[in-house]
Design a protein around this ligand. Structure first.
Ligand code: PLP
Length: 385
């Protein structure tokens, strides 16, 4: 008997490797030169990195010159946040890769999010204060850094980055935007959005794990976190992961090419949500009325345990995750849902379903059926085998 094919719906944790990325990675492994060497072998490796730099830059509307490759988005975020700021202001729903380095500075201040997960702009304005920077909003090194993500990994809620950046400029603060979940899923343009620092990660868009990038806008420098051989224009020491970077570039090009198709499939999310609401009437779609990623649904299932639901789905061949943050196999309370005002019980019943480039609509229909069945409500919807 053949095992039924598994259904993977946890793209916000990591996406399957795209064939274009795999091919680029395999080819680059053969290019063994050190990218810092001046000879032909070194130049060949260097050329792969520069091609990828342009591809990742194109994905986020940032010029290649401003792009630095790192070992992960976490490293890139740490680099900016540890940059010697006088004040570090972070949204309460940021990823741990922002919250932890911000807390470590001993200078973190938190901006509230509302019940829909959107940053409370008045709160940010109050914290920045009218006197921040000079009267003309001139920004100074060692001044204020504001960290607001483009889209949330647990809920898919999209932040009003344009309004945040306008406020930051007016009040003389620099803006760091964690674009890990937005890049390649929705249009994202650093220049248009007025961002100073943007961070992306290869494995969220079908590239390999262990590669990230930091884009730095003009006039927004940052000291390196890792010093050594002066690689990446002196911004990140250490010989680059050439194969990983080449694959990141290939994944970025592929994600950019299919962006419109991905957006055209927003009907898939509406269909998924309508089905789950029909079969589990007391469920709550988190951030239902606000702008969200087209491929993420976080659903609170009152009275059920998310952990039990995730296990039931796993046994049925479907991989999703609980809304609660899960690191190193340990499930802890979701600070994102708590910041949005959900009580502990509701937060512990939240399931996150996220999909991407390989997902078929019938896989989502199957997930709705199994989720509804596992939640203890006989599904009104037709079974999808
Ligand atoms: N920021 C967000 C919003 C994320 O979802 C993640 C990964 O889960 C990260 C940062 C960290 O990315 P990386 O795994 O490349 O360190």
């Amino acid at each position: 008997m053949t095992e039924p094919r598994r259904i993977y719906l946890d793209y916000n944790a990591t996406a399957p490797l795209r064939p274009e990325a795999r091919a680029a990675m395999c080819a680059a492994i053969e290019v063994f030169g050190n990218p810092s060497s001046v000879h032909a072998e070194g130049r060949a490796a260097r050329a792969l990195i520069e091609t990828a730099r342009h591809a990742v830059g194109r994905l986020i509307g940032g010029d290649a010159r401003g792009l630095t490759f790192t070992s992960s988005a976490t490293e890139a975020l740490n680099t900016v946040i540890a940059g010697g700021w006088g004040r570090v202001i972070v949204a309460a729903s940021e990823h741990a890769a922002v919250l932890a380095p911000a807390a470590r500075t001993g200078r973190a201040e938190y901006v509230r999010v509302d019940g829909d997960g959107r940053i409370v702009l008045d709160d940010l304005a109050r914290l920045l204060g009218p006197e921040e920077g000079s009267e003309t909003g001139r920004r100074v090194a060692g001044g204020t850094l504001v960290c607001v993500q483009a889209a949330n990994n647990e809920t898919g809620v999209i932040q009003p980055i344009q309004s945040v950046s306008a406020l930051c400029r007016e009040r003389g603060a620099f803006l760091l935007c964690d674009a890990v979940q937005a890049a390649g899923k929705v249009p994202f343009d650093c220049h248009q959005l007025g961002i100073d620092y943007a961070v992306v990660s290869a494995h969220k868009i079908g590239g390999p794990k262990g590669v990230g990038a930091l884009w730095t806008g003009q006039g927004a420098g940052v000291p390196p976190l890792i010093v050594g051989g002066g690689q990446e224009h002196g911004l990140r020491g250490g010989t680059q992961n050439v194969a990983g970077i080449a694959a990141f570039g290939a994944a970025a090009d592929a994600a950019r090419a299919e962006l419109q198709t991905a957006l055209d499939r927003t009907g898939v999310k509406a269909d998924f949500e309508a089905r789950i609401k029909a079969s589990v009437p007391d469920c709550v779609i988190v951030g239902e009325t606000v702008d969200r990623l087209p491929q993420t649904v976080c659903v609170v299932m009152p009275g059920r345990s998310a952990e039990t639901l995730v296990i039931a789905l796993d046994l049925a061949g479907i991989a999703v995750s609980s809304g609660a943050a899960c690191s190193s196999g340990k499930v802890s309370k979701s600070h994102v849902l708590a910041a949005m005002g959900f009580d502990d019980q509701s937060a512990a019943s939240a399931v996150r379903i996220s999909w991407g480039w390989l997902t078929q609509p019938e896989e989502l229909r199957r997930c709705t059926y199994v989720l509804a069945r596992s939640a203890g409500r006989p599904s009104q919807i037709e079974r999808v085998a």
